[in-house]
Design a binder for this molecule. Structure first.
Ligand code: T3D
Length: 260
């Protein structure tokens, strides 16, 4: 059968495309498995990831046709699904030691919205939107949604979005600081690729430590965070890319980073 995930490595960028367009790229087990494999592969061979969706949507979360059961039969075990698939997916994205760019090409709903927010830099097409659809079926924002939303937009907006399930257009998502940038539809993939390609030619270890340190800050007192900064600076000060960055600056030329 057709692959649920497309993978292409170019210029150090692993482009990963969710590819179940007639189901708005919603997740079934096969797509989870293939996405996990694609991210593992990117970790080995890429220096940046670009995640996007095929067709008119980005991702509509869990494939609910996998969840529709007769009232008389046993309910699906959502805890097990989250533990096995959605939770490891968020950790895998956050632990990737390279920038992850997300190009939200169309609607991102439920776990699809959370998936976008779990990436490091989110670009969205002007026609795209974000929907916390969980409340409409009696669930909560999972896949990190309850963690990302209040941190990105504050409690008032997080609760508003999560309890109403109202559609948040990309422009408003940008205005609220929920995403990095809203881009004209026709420009989305070019801009996202240019950005990811730039990252792939950058100081990868520095980027990896930057995202790690920023994430750690949410649970650290200032003292501990300053210690993390010291340790990462200590490590990065010994890197090839730091030496190269300083040399390039002094010689007034473009740096040639290797990710080492
Ligand atoms: O279960 C667990 O493992 C726990 C984890 C849960 C995490 C979750 O993500 S829960 C939330 C699940 N997602 C949703 O509730 C969103 C459902 N989708 C929608 O509300 C709408 O499709 C959208 C607002 C996203 C888009 O609306 P629209 O009008 O642009 O498109 P559409 O016509 O609704 O969808 C197009 C097709 O995709 C359609 O199929 P059809 O009629 O052409 O054969 C539709 O049924 C299908 N589709 C869209 N989303 C899903 C889906 N099919 C299965 N599952 C979906 N989530």
């Amino acid at each position: 059968s057709e692959q649920s995930i497309l993978y292409a490595l170019e210029d150090g960028v692993a482009q990963i495309t969710l590819n179940r367009p007639d189901r708005l790229n919603s997740f079934n087990t096969e797509m989870h498995l293939e996405l996990r494999g694609a991210l593992d592969r990117a970790a080995r061979e890429a220096r940046a990831v670009l995640l996007t969706g095929a067709g008119r949507g980005f991702c509509a979360g869990q494939d609910l046709s996998d969840r529709s059961v007769a009232a008389s039969s046993a309910p699906p075990n959502l805890g097990e699904s989250v533990e096995t698939w959605y939770k490891p997916l968020v950790l895998q994205l956050k632990q990737l030691e390279m920038p992850v760019v997300c190009a939200v090409n169309g609607v991102a709903a439920g776990a699809g919205a959370s998936l976008a927010l779990a990436c490091d830099i989110v670009l969205a097409a002007r026609s795209a939107s974000f929907i916390q659809a969980f409340c409409k079926i009696g669930l909560i924002p999972d896949t990190g949604g309850t963690w990302f939303l209040p941190r990105l937009v504050g409690d008032a907006r997080a609760l508003g979005l999560a309890l109403t399930g109202d559609k948040l257009p990309a422009e408003k998502a940008e205005a609220w600081g929920m995403i990095w940038k809203c881009v004209d539809d026709a420009q989305l993939m070019d801009e996202a690729r240019t950005l990811a390609k730039g990252f792939a030619a950058g100081p990868t270890r520095g980027f990896a430590r930057t995202k790690q340190a920023l994430r750690a800050s949410w649970s650290n007192p200032l003292d501990d965070q300053l210690t993390i900064e010291r340790d990462f600076m200590d490590e990065l000060g010994r890197s090839h890319d730091y030496r190269e960055g300083v040399a390039a600056f002094m010689e007034k030329r473009a740096p040639r980073f290797t990710g080492k």
